[in-house]
Write a protein that binds this ligand. Structure first.
Ligand SMILES: *Cc1c(COP(=O)(O)O)cnc(C)c1O
Length: 369
């Protein structure tokens, strides 16, 4: 008997082999190191599991936003270099050094706070290469490099890296990519001239790594690509998530039956309606109501009416063989024709990133590798 078939609840299956395979695919396309970016709980796939699977595929380091986001990696026994690049000025930089983390430094205030409170810190200076979001303003860069060199000579910090980030890497050929690359090269020259010797020089995230070799430098920071998302559309990576849910009830209804809040959908013919116990509190976007489909017994079936907080109704059709207890695939890798997280992103007018990172902790999770 297949015990998997008896799963009583909505289950999110994470295919960690896919993560390992994706890292191998990406490594084959760059001579640089791969830093696995495991922020946001490993893009919603489970931070420690994704980190381990990525390291198994050849990633050599990990990246996260805040210091707190790095703690579970150390608690989980991972000893590889970890970079944390998004911290408030009053963050516990000393604790970060104690955990052996490297720190992103986006400006003079951060440099001085780190040098004052966390002597010995290994830092990556962050240059704004066109995001207009994070990283030092170009006008401040020369001063940042000079002050960092002074702090280095005083033994307070070691500048081990320089990093940038590209805003339009999902569109190969967009002029912002060349501008960002040029600004990064300029930033490296300024750092050199100030006497810094950053060995880690990293600009590219997933899309740039897969579509723009000129952006590679010594390392790529790979997040989305770990879990099968390539926004540049150039490489086929393996999605790692499958969400299944049991049919809690199956009902026969007459033509004209309105369904769900606001009665936005009405059965045009007699049909059967199936109820699955997942809704927007689990991370299914309500905006996908009226567009989304799920996979039932090898066929796509439309969602009927609005996605509710905890549940969703599926129009199974009048002749369905589906019965209470059968499992529906809400999304999967797409290899059999089932909907994917990319489909859900399209139905909800958003990015796949938002779908995968928005899945709730309420979902029962299983990992396989
Ligand atoms: C999230 C993030 C990444 C990873 O980007 P992907 O496109 O998901 O690979 C890299 N660098 C920085 C600074 C990030 O915030």
């Amino acid at each position: 008997m297949n015990l998997l078939a008896l799963r009583p609840q909505a289950t999110l299956q994470v295919d960690l082999d896919a993560v390992t395979a994706n890292v191998r695919t990406i490594r084959a396309r760059t001579r640089g190191e791969v830093m696995a970016v495991v922020k946001a709980d490993g893009f919603g796939h489970g931070q420690l599991d994704v980190a381990r699977a990525a390291l198994a595929g050849g990633a050599t380091r990990l990246g996260v936003t805040s210091i707190d986001e790095a703690r579970p990696l150390r608690a989980g026994g991972l000893t590889v270099p970890v970079l944390s690049w998004l911290n408030a000025l009053d963050a516990d930089f000393a604790a970060a050094v104690g955990l052996g983390l490297e720190l992103g430094v986006p400006g003079l205030e951060h440099l001085h706070a780190v040098a004052r409170t966390a002597p010995g810190a290994r830092i990556h200076l962050q240059l704004d290469t066109g995001m207009g979001r994070d990283g030092a303003e170009p006008a401040e860069w020369d001063q940042l490099c000079r002050d960092a060199r002074v702090a280095e000579q005083l033994g307070l910090v070691r500048v081990v890296g320089v990093m940038g980030h590209l805003p339009c890497a999902d569109r190969p050929g967009h002029p912002a990519n060349a501008r960002g690359r040029d600004r990064f090269a300029w930033g490296l020259r300024v750092a050199e001239a100030a006497g810094l010797r950053p060995v880690d020089r990293h600009l590219a995230a997933t899309a740039a790594t897969l579509s723009d070799p000129l952006s590679h430098h010594t390392m790529s920071r790979i997040g989305a690509g770990l879990v099968g998302i390539d926004e540049s559309g150039t490489v086929r990576l393996r999605p790692a998530l499958t969400l299944t849910a049991p049919l809690v009830t199956v009902r026969r209804v007459p033509a004209g039956t309105p369904v769900g809040y606001g009665h936005t959908w009405t059965a045009r013919r007699a049909t059967r309606l199936g109820l699955i116990p997942v809704g927007y509190a689990d991370g299914l976007p309500r905006l996908a109501s009226g567009r989304a489909e799920v996979w039932v017994g090898g066929v796509r079936r439309p969602v009927a009416g609005r996605i509710s907080m905890d549940m969703t109704v599926v129009d199974l059709g009048p002749d369905t063989a589906a019965a209470v207890g059968d499992h529906v695939t809400v999304f999967g890798p797409g290899s059999c024709g089932e909907p994917t997280t990319a489909d859900w992103a399209g139905w909800a007018e958003t990015l796949e990133h938002e779908i995968v990172t928005g899945l709730s902790a309420r979902l029962h999770r299983r990992s396989s590798s």
